[in-house]
Design a protein around this ligand. Structure first.
Ligand SMILES: [Zn+2]
Length: 168
């Protein structure tokens, strides 16, 4: 969502040149610039000790295909803390370690998605009400089951499969 009004005083924003950035949105009243920064979330391929990936069934996204774990950053949390929190909330798995793989820009939501691999030791599932099912799947098969049109689950899974071949 683009910002058109000052969050402090509520007045409409104008434009002002700021250094190398060129014209930026600006509140004359508060002397404050606005940058239309994207929101930030993590997108996580959860991998267990048998080299399987955890796929999520989320019917609000697709009733047919599976997704990877994802979630928004909260104020005060690092990316790694967000990965651990979202994986635990959505699947009940505890992250042992995680690695940054690649980021994706999702234009419809002005959202920067930071793609991680998270390593876990498979344990009992405990999912949130945003999740309708969970399944460990071998990597090759998972690539045929994952959502490829509505979000970046398929793109990130492909990237992680390549990553696992070259980094482990
Ligand atoms: Zn203002």
């Amino acid at each position: 969502m683009d910002i058109n009004f000052c969050a402090q005083c509520g007045k409409p924003l104008t434009y002002k040149v700021i250094g190398d950035e060129g014209e930026q949105k600006y509140c004359e009243c508060c002397n404050k610039f606005y940058f239309d920064n994207p929101a930030s979330c993590v997108l996580v391929a959860i991998i267990n000790e048998n080299n399987q990936v955890l796929l999520l069934k989320q019917n609000y996204i697709s009733t047919k295909n599976y997704t990877l774990c994802s979630g928004y950053l909260k104020k005060g949390d690092t990316l790694e803390e967000t990965v651990a929190r979202e994986v635990l909330e959505e699947t009940g798995q505890r992250v042992l370690s995680c690695e940054y793989v690649q980021s994706y820009y999702f234009a419809p939501k002005n959202l920067i998605m930071t793609g991680f691999i998270a390593y876990v030791k498979a344990s009992e599932f405990d999912s949130s009400n945003e999740v309708d099912g969970l399944m460990w799947v071998n990597l090759g098969k998972a690539a045929t089951m994952v959502e490829r049109e509505k979000n970046y689950s398929g793109v990130h899974l492909d990237k992680c499969i390549q990553w696992l071949k070259t980094h482990n």
